[in-house]
Design a protein around this ligand. Structure first.
Ligand code: HEC
Length: 133
């Protein structure tokens, strides 16, 4: 659980609140609306808990893919869809992040950790991608 202290703390609170709290309530606890607005603070507040601060990923309780130098990030749509909708063990954050926050964190990821993609995604593009490609 050391890998994502923020999320595990939230889950611990959700568990302490009571067995019998529905799954939806537990999820609200784990993924409350995020206050961070910049790509860097969003990355640090949400993503690095699983993907690691340097985006090298981790294998432990689960497998968290390396996002440093990830060729799949060449598409600016792909990471937006991942953040909005999640996939397998990657949680969906679409309901908890604004279009601007999604654009910020995706643009940060695509221009850091050895990723050099200079076609930033705009909040309007994120808005258009909500609900499907
Ligand atoms: C709870 C852990 C967790 C958190 C938090 C998390 N991810 Fe992930 N992420 C994963 C896992 C697990 C996968 C692999 C999903 C799969 O098997 O398809 C993944 C996959 C991805 C991928 C696809 C990588 C590839 O090569 O296919 C991207 C992009 C990504 N995450 C970005 C982010 C961003 C940006 C954030 C922060 C907003 C974030 N993730 C937060 C666990 C997490």
């Amino acid at each position: 659980m050391k890998l994502f202290p923020r999320l595990s703390a939230a889950l611990a609170i959700a568990c302490a609140v009571g067995v019998g709290a529905g799954a939806a309530a537990a999820q609200d606890f784990a993924f409350g609306n995020f206050k961070e607005q910049t790509g860097e603070s969003l990355w640090q507040g949400i993503c690095q808990g699983c993907h690691m601060p340097n985006a090298q990923g981790a294998v432990g309780a689960g497998a968290y893919p390396k996002l440093a130098g990830d060729p799949l990030l060449a598409s600016n749509i792909y990471p937006v869809m991942m953040v909005l909708n999640g996939h397998k063990a990657m949680p969906a954050f679409g309901a908890n992040l604004s279009d601007a926050q999604v654009a910020e964190v995706v643009n940060y990821l695509r221009t850091h950790f050895g990723n050099k993609y200079n076609d930033p995604v705009t909040p309007a593009q994120v808005k258009a991608l909500r609900g499907g490609p």
